[in-house]
Write a protein that binds this ligand. Structure first.
Ligand code: NAP
Ligand code: MG
Length: 403
């Protein structure tokens, strides 16, 4: 079979530890034999980030803006232990944070459903995609521990010096206060990313906040979403037969639990943090989860939702066998290749991505899986494979699916 040709390169962001090992296996076994792969390669492994003073991360994000589609391997976010382990010049920032700041995106996470891995919520037969706003609120807060009696006020000083004041509380004794904010710009780009992604994936979009209690803060989120929907997206939604609806967060959680899935749930920053962990756990775990960063300008960065699987990597370094699940990383590649195929009108590339995803799912459904999957699968006698053999098993399934 002739290899599938590409016209525009993917931005390839290599990473760290066990996922870096999987990255090469996936390319060698599942992609390079079938696709005449064109990538612009950026090594986001911690050593090279350190060598380039993290410039490589910035360059990779700029390249993503230029080409439109990137695929990213999991990377280490350095902490004190990593400083000594990698002899770092500085405690470099989280690459995901840096990339997100440059692309200004929203992260969409959806579970990969497989027969034999039964969600804890039985009626969730379709994936629920969580779209989490990634700026502001409690994540950029200012807090004060109030020591005793006194008055707390919220003060906004305009550029011309005029002040707007609101009493927060007259404290009779000790307490706490917190100031949070968001911006119209950030909320608007969050809204556009959600509407765009709903259209892209032809799914309904749900959004919920606590606007009955928070009549200015949360209500502004609701209003911005509605204004942008009416002005820019309503027509396209109606044409596609998909729906946008807003409801109170209390109502949303009740409806989500009773639903069959198959929609996007847009969440404010904190709600998204908590709800994505809940949804991921209910469907299985993070290694069966896709993750894509979508910018309001229509730039896509695909990655796995899990980290670099450090413990497995140390075993690997000692020459011991590992059984690490590569499915989330494979789906990062298929997501990126499919999107490239869509943008460049290469049908073969889209079909390749579909078939490779099918092969991953069928391999596990046929009982061949990694140790981590066997722990959550209802399959009675799973064949537990090591990291490479699992990828090879997926390749064999892929070959068997060829027309
Ligand atoms: P992790 O890499 O997600 O791994 C946590 C544990 O989850 C693993 O030790 C493993 O459990 C299990 N696990 C995760 N992915 C798995 C897979 N594909 N197959 C099988 N088991 C899997 O998180 P972490 O250990 O907290 O973080 C390690 C490094 O990753 C850190 O340096 C962190 O900064 C980085 N990180 C990067 C990203 C990213 O780039 N997007 C996200 C999160 C964390 P067992 O060991 O029990 O088998
Ligand atoms: Mg969380």
């Amino acid at each position: 079979m002739a290899k599938i040709q590409m016209t525009t390169p993917l931005v390839e962001m290599d990473g760290d530890e066990m996922t870096r090992i999987l990255w090469k296996m996936i390319k060698d076994e599942l992609i390079l034999p079938y696709v005449d792969l064109k990538t612009e390669y950026y090594d986001l492994g911690l050593e090279y980030r350190n060598e380039t003073n993290d410039q490589v991360t910035i360059d990779s994000a700029e390249a993503t803006k230029k080409y439109g589609v990137a695929v990213k391997c999991a990377t280490i976010t350095p902490n004190a232990a990593r400083m000594t382990e990698y002899h770092l010049k500085e405690m470099w920032k989280s690459p995901n944070g840096t990339i997100r700041a440059i692309l200004d995106g929203t992260v969409f996470r959806a579970p990969i459903l497989i027969k034999g891995i039964v969600p804890y919520v039985k009626n969730w037969t379709k994936p629920i995609t969580i779209a989490r706003h990634a700026y502001g609120d409690v994540y950029k807060n200012t807090e004060i521990k109030v020591p005793g009696k006194g008055k707390a006020e919220l003060v906004f000083t305009a550029e011309d010096g005029t002040e707007t004041r609101e009493l927060i509380h007259n404290f009779e004794g000790a307490g706490i206060i917190q100031g949070i904010h968001n911006t119209k710009e950030s909320i608007s780009s969050f809204a556009r990313a959600c509407f765009g992604y709903a259209i892209d994936t032809k799914q309904d979009l749900w959004f919920a906040t606590k606007d009955t209690i928070s009549k200015k803060y949360d209500h502004t989120f609701k209003d911005i979403f509605q204004e942008i929907y009416d002005a820019e997206y309503k027509e396209q939604f109606e044409k596609l037969g998909i729906e946008y609806f807003y409801t109170l967060i209390d109502d949303a959680v009740a409806r989500v639990i009773r639903s069959e899935g198959g929609f996007i749930w847009a969440c404010k920053n904190y709600d998204g943090d908590v709800m994505s962990d809940m949804v991921a756990t209910a469907y299985g775990d993070l290694s069966m989860m896709t993750s894509v960063l979508v910018s309001p300008s229509g730039v896509y960065e695909y990655e796995a939702a899990h980290g670099t699987v450090q413990r497995h990597y140390y075993k690997h370094l000692k020459g011991e066998e590992t059984s690490t699940n590569s499915i989330a990383t494979i789906f990062a590649w298929t997501g990126a290749l499919r999107k490239r195929g869509e943008l460049d009108g290469i049908k073969e590339l889209q079909e390749f991505a579909d078939r490779l995803e099918k092969a991953c799912i069928k391999t596990v459904e046929d009982g061949k899986m990694t140790k981590s999957l066997s722990l959550i699968s209802t399959c009675e006698q799973p064949v537990i494979l090591n990291s490479l053999d699992f990828i090879k098993a997926i390749r064999a399934t892929f070959e068997s699916l060829q027309g």
